[in-house]
Design a protein around this ligand. Structure first.
Ligand code: C5P
Length: 208
């Protein structure tokens, strides 16, 4: 059983970039658990299946292959929205959490990022980070990212999306987004990517 680094936080907080950097630095496997919800949602959308049938969604969740997950093919806004809708379903969560827990045992260690890693998936992880930033900063970062890739976006729409998704993720009954009691809070609102990484690295080095 390897070491687990659990990273949680709201949409667009910079968890992904941070998790990848940490995994690379420590030579650990990385799983972006948001992609497991997104892949389930995409499979339902592609098959023209409803997003409100828990049994059908659970079946799709059980077919998700962790090895094939790729953010580029799952980044569409509609997929993120659909993912957060099916993420409220306990049977979908149970199926995906099972696969995530299995992943977390890989040696020499793993970094898992999501919404419920420190609270539900890996409650015994020796290092838990809760990465956040103000809704305005997160919306601004997502906006800049889209524009940098040559896309089009309205800042106000993105801000509305980010806050709506926060509400859904924090308000659901099963595994709501919240910091684990023993998580270290990392507010990156005023930090560069490098500063956030250095802060995370110090916390990890202290704990391992
Ligand atoms: O992180 P990302 O935005 O890709 O996640 C998409 C959606 O999947 C989130 O809004 C959330 O509803 C859900 N999710 C979750 N638990 C996780 C990871 C993601 O409920 N561990």
């Amino acid at each position: 059983m390897g070491v687990v680094i659990a990273i949680d936080g709201p949409a667009a907080a910079g968890k992904g970039t941070l998790s990848r950097q940490i995994a690379e630095t420590y030579g650990f496997h990385h799983l972006d658990t948001g992609l497991t919800y997104r892949a389930t949602a995409k499979a339902l959308l592609d098959a023209g299946l409803p997003l409100d049938d828990e049994t059908v969604a659970e079946k799709m969740a059980r077919e998700v292959e962790l090895a094939g997950l790729d953010r580029d093919t799952l980044s569409a806004h509609a997929i993120g929205e659909a993912a957060s809708k099916i993420a409220v379903m306990p049977k979908v969560r149970r199926a995906l959490v099972e696969a995530q827990k299995a992943f977390s045992t890989r040696a020499p260690g793993t970094v898992l990022d999501g919404r419920d890693i420190g609270t539900v998936v890996c409650p015994d992880a020796p290092v838990k980070l809760y990465v956040t930033a103000s809704a305005d900063v997160r919306a601004r970062r997502r906006y800049d990212e889209i524009i940098a890739k040559g896309g089009e976006a309205e800042y106000d729409d993105i801000f509305a999306d980010v806050t709506k998704r926060d509400e859904r993720d924090m308000g659901r009954a099963d595994s709501p987004l919240k910091p684990a009691q023993d998580a270290h809070l990392l507010d990156t609102s005023k930090m560069s990517i490098e500063a956030a990484f250095q802060a995370a690295k110090s916390l990890i080095d202290e704990a391992l």
